[in-house]
Write a protein that binds this ligand. Structure first.
Ligand code: HEC
Ligand code: HEC
Length: 283
């Protein structure tokens, strides 16, 4: 019954919940030839994400190949975790004019295959842009972090309380060091920092960095990443303290944290998950 209703209300859906779309890989280029009111490079884009990516940005390119203007009045998406950005509306696309619509999907707390639709309303009808992300390993080349029991997590924490650099040693390396190797910027943040600071069940004593990131300068980030503070649980990442990051990596991280990080989207769900985060009791 529910499936039938879906088909009746959204006729572009197949009974399996997905249109017959030819997806273009994120970043792939194709001439603007798909006709749907405007001419698009594709109406569907997809991406194979690693478990550490926090969000993914797609760009849909179009051109008006008709001899009349198209007015784009609104864009809405099927959930708050996906955002299609328009300039000031109504956005008037003159004959011959080209444009781009960026669509960002927030992946935090998600697994498996996610398909989202963004509906673009114009004076000539609606256009639906579909974005699809598979999170995790498609070919076995990506490492999916194994789950840990509450006991293991609590034991790790006890080790970290004794020695905040323990996280870079022995078995901890698998999750806290290896994924950071060779990474820069945003990817490095996700693997080195996000693992603790953006965890869906983040421990309450681990600071919510996005909330405090506004107005923090390079010196602030550099100090915390390089040396941290003695007596805190935050590890020191610089090589001179036995950490995994070289100077160039730290520089790229500081650049990301001051320029891009404070502006990145944050979903209600992630905020809620962070607010209700629980940590196993320490014995
Ligand atoms: C299998 C992957 C994995 C291994 C191995 C691992 N960690 Fe973690 N660690 C995580 C994840 C994921 C988080 C984020 C919290 C969560 O989701 O449980 C985390 C969070 C933490 C935190 C923040 C406090 C908390 O509990 O959230 C500390 C401290 C920590 N780990 C220390 C360690 C130490 C020390 C070791 C080695 C003895 C270790 N970890 C080994 C995956 C791992
Ligand atoms: C093993 C878990 C873990 C990892 C990985 C981690 N942090 Fe932290 N971080 C913490 C904890 C716990 C605190 C709270 C320290 C305290 O108050 O004692 C903290 C505090 C901080 C603070 C201070 C915030 C404040 O309260 O003023 C900053 C800044 C920070 N971390 C940045 C980072 C950055 C950047 C990275 C990545 C390079 C990172 N952290 C990686 C656990 C972690």
């Amino acid at each position: 019954m529910a499936a039938l209703a879906t088909v009746l209300i959204f006729p572009h859906y197949s009974a399996f919940g997905e249109r017959n779309l030819r997806y273009l890989e994120k970043g792939e280029k194709q001439p603007l030839k798909v006709k749907k009111i405007l001419n698009w490079d594709s109406l569907g884009k997809r991406h194979q994400s690693s478990p550490d990516e926090l969000d993914v940005g797609f760009e849909f390119h179009f051109q008006n190949k008709m001899d009349k203007e198209v007015r784009i009045t609104r864009a809405f998406t099927s959930c708050g975790c996906t955002v299609a950005k328009l300039p000031k509306t109504p956005w008037i696309i003159n004959p011959g004019q080209k444009g781009t619509i960026p669509i960002t999907m927030d992946l935090r707390g998600k697994t498996g295959i996610i398909i989202k639709e963004s509906t673009i309303i114009t004076n000539l009808g609606t256009i639906i842009l579909t974005t699809k992300v598979s999170i995790g390993s498609a070919n076995g080349s990506l490492v999916v972090k194994r789950a840990r029991s509450a006991e293991e997590r609590a034991a790790n924490l006890r080790l970290a309380v004794k020695n905040r650099q323990a996280v870079f040693q022995q078995d901890c390396i698998e999750c806290h060091v290896k994924p950071t190797i060779g990474k820069r910027g945003k990817q490095l943040y996700a693997t080195a920092c996000g693992i603790c600071h953006d965890a869906i069940n983040r421990a309450p004593f681990v600071t919510e960095l996005r909330a405090l990131s506004k107005g923090k300068d390079k010196a602030y980030w550099n100090m915390w990443i390089t040396d941290s503070k003695s007596g805190s649980l935050m590890p020191a990442f610089a090589k001179k303290h036995g950490g995994p990051l070289d100077d160039l990596q730290i520089k790229s991280l500081v650049a990301y944290l001051t320029r891009i990080f404070p502006r990145e989207i944050k979903t209600k769900k992630a905020v809620q998950a962070a607010a209700t985060a629980k940590v196993p009791p320490l014995k």
